[in-house]
Design a protein around this ligand. Structure first.
Ligand SMILES: *[C@@H]1O[C@H](CO)[C@@H](O)[C@H](O)[C@H]1NC(C)=O
Ligand SMILES: *[C@@H]1O[C@H](CO)[C@@H](O)[C@H](O)[C@H]1NC(C)=O
Length: 230
C-alpha cells in the first residue's frame, strides 16, 4: 500500500514555496542594462546585448569592433544594451560594475564614457594590482577613478551611491539576469535574444559583426527566419 512520506512531501512544499517567494521579489522596475546612445531598443531594431565585466580583458578587446559596427548602422536599425556581469574571479568586478550603475542613475550620458575608461585603464584594477590593499582602499580607488574620469563634482554623489543599497540591488539584478540567460563568462553577446557563439580565440571583429547584422537589416531578411532552423 502507498504510504505518503510526510517529511519528503513537506520538504517539497517548502522548496516550492521558496521558489515562489524568490520569483516574487526578483522583478526589476525596468529592463536591465545600459542603452547605448539612448537609441530606442525595440522589436523594430536589431537588438544586440553584450554582457561585460569592466575589468575583463576579453570584454575590453571586443568593445571597439562592436561599437564601430553598431555606429555604422542608424539608430532606427540597430540598438545595443550592455549588461554588467562581474566575474567572481576578478576581485574588483562587482564594485566597478556597481559604479557604472551608480553613474548611470546620476547621468546616463556618462555611463559609456566611464565603461570605456575602465576598459582603457582596467589593469589598475586587476587582482595582482590590488592584492595588497584593503577592500576600502580598492573602493576609494574606484571612486577616485570614476570621479577623475567624469569630473570631480560627481565624487560625493558617487560615494553616497555606494551606501545606497538600491545600487547594489541593481548590480545584483544584472548578474542574476545574466545567470538566467546562461551567461558564464564575458563577453557574451545576444542578437535579438539569441546567443552568439564565440570562443576565446575567435573574437568577433568589425567584419564579423557586419556579417551577422547585415542579413538582418535587408528588406528580405526582416521578419523572416532561416528555413534551416525548422
Ligand atoms: C553627463 O555626462 C556627460 C558625459 O560625461 C557630460 O558631457 C555632461 O555634462 C553630464 N551632464 C551633467 C548634467 O553633468
Ligand atoms: C605586495 O606585497 C608583497 C609583499 O610585501 C610585495 O612583494 C609585492 O611587491 C606587493 N605588490 C604590489 C602590487 O604592491
Amino acid at each position: 500500500m502507498y504510504k505518503p512520506n510526510i517529511p519528503v512531501i513537506s520538504l517539497l512544499i517548502l522548496s516550492f514555496a521558496a521558489v515562489l517567494l524568490r520569483s516574487q521579489s526578483i522583478y526589476p522596475s525596468r529592463y536591465d542594462g545600459f542603452v547605448y546612445k539612448k537609441r530606442a531598443a525595440s522589436t523594430d531594431t536589431v537588438l544586440i546585448e553584450a554582457f561585460y565585466d569592466p575589468v575583463c580583458p576579453d570584454s575590453r578587446d571586443s568593445w571597439a569592433p562592436l561599437k564601430q559596427a553598431v555606429d555604422h548602422y542608424g539608430p532606427t536599425v540597430v540598438s545595443l544594451i550592455v549588461h554588467t556581469f562581474p566575474l567572481p574571479y576578478h576581485d574588483n568586478a562587482f564594485i566597478t560594475s556597481r559604479v557604472l550603475h551608480i553613474v548611470n542613475d546620476l547621468n546616463s550620458s556618462a555611463t559609456y564614457p566611464l565603461l570605456e575608461a575602465f576598459f582603457k585603464y582596467q589593469n589598475q584594477f586587476y587582482n595582482a594590482k590590488t592584492n595588497n590593499i584593503s577592500r576600502a582602499a580598492a573602493l576609494d580607488k574606484v571612486i577616485g577613478f570614476a570621479s577623475r574620469t567624469l569630473g570631480n563634482s560627481i565624487q560625493s554623489a558617487i560615494r553616497s551611491g555606494f551606501s545606497d543599497t538600491k545600487t547594489s540591488t541593481k548590480t545584483r539584478v544584472s548578474f542574476k539576469y545574466g545567470c538566467m540567460r546562461g551567461v558564464y563568462g564575458t563577453p557574451f553577446f545576444f542578437v535579438n535574444g539569441f546567443l552568439v557563439p564565440v570562443t576565446d580565440d575567435d573574437m568577433i571583429d568589425y567584419n564579423g559583426w557586419r556579417k551577422i547584422i547585415d542579413p538582418l537589416t535587408t528588406k528580405q531578411g526582416k521578419n523572416e527566419y532561416p528555413l534551416t532552423i525548422f
